[in-house]
Design a protein. Structure first.
Lengths: 112, 115
């Protein structure tokens, strides 16, 4: 059973574009919704995260939109740059635990 | 701080061999976990620990053992390696910060090839 569905699998945008990556989940017990960024040959690193009591969070060029009723959250990257080219993962956490369930990842390429 | 360290960086095993992947963190984090990453499948949780002496199974625990005798170390043991265990293995640690950004810190990974 796939608890977390991430889309799209890959995405190519021009520099300055606004890529959007989506994550849909089944488990209503998730209580923390982070996005991770991974560069080739490296471990993932936390990019931005949101808790379910707010609908949007911005940190620099990165924004999370959260829709609790639809059980979806998405990552928006404003003014994307070639240095943003990486793989992005959503990884919601099961409430009351430290178990994070990762999506299958989105490979983003930003063209110069 | 070195953060989360993993050894070895790369390992080749023959089917049936056993080995231990090492993971250590110097941030005094309570929570540690092991993931495997396979193409197109994201990261899948193998085992995790919420403190010394406490471990539990994740999504894909079969074929792997863990122990947590100290806060700093969380080794992952492959008892009898199989080609299906060819993967990149990541160790992570975190500490609960209610109300603040809770971050999992990942190590650089161990690339394992089982022939």
């Amino acid at each position: 059973q796939q608890q977390v569905k991430q889309s799209p699998q890959s995405l190519i945008v021009q520099k300055g574009g606004i890529p959007i990556i989506n994550c849909a989940y089944e488990n209503t017990a998730f209580d923390y919704f982070p996005w991770y960024q991974q560069f080739p040959g490296k471990g993932p690193a936390l990019l931005i995260a949101i808790r379910p009591d707010v609908s949007e969070k911005k940190e620099g060029r990165f924004t999370i939109s959260f829709n609790k009723s639809a059980k979806q959250f998405s990552l928006h990257i404003m003014d994307s740059q070639p240095g943003d080219s990486a793989t992005y993962f959503c990884a919601p956490r099961e409430g009351g635990t430290y178990k994070y369930i990762f999506g299958t990842g989105t490979r983003l390429k930003v063209l110069a | 701080n070195a953060g989360v360290t993993q050894t070895p960086k790369f390992q080749v095993l023959k089917t049936g061999q056993s080995m231990t992947l090492q993971c250590a963190q110097d941030m005094n984090h309570e929570y540690m976990s092991w993931y495997r990453q396979d193409p197109g499948m994201g990261l899948r949780l193998i085992h995790y620990s919420v403190g010394a002496g406490i471990t539990d199974q994740g999504e894909v625990p079969n074929g792997y053992n863990v122990s947590r005798s100290t806060t700093e170390d969380f080794p992952l043991r492959l008892l009898s390696a199989a080609p299906s265990q060819t993967s990149v293995y990541f160790c992570a640690s975190s500490s609960p910060h209610r109300g603040l950004k809770e971050t999992q810190y990942f190590g650089p990974g161990t690339r394992l090839l089982v022939l």
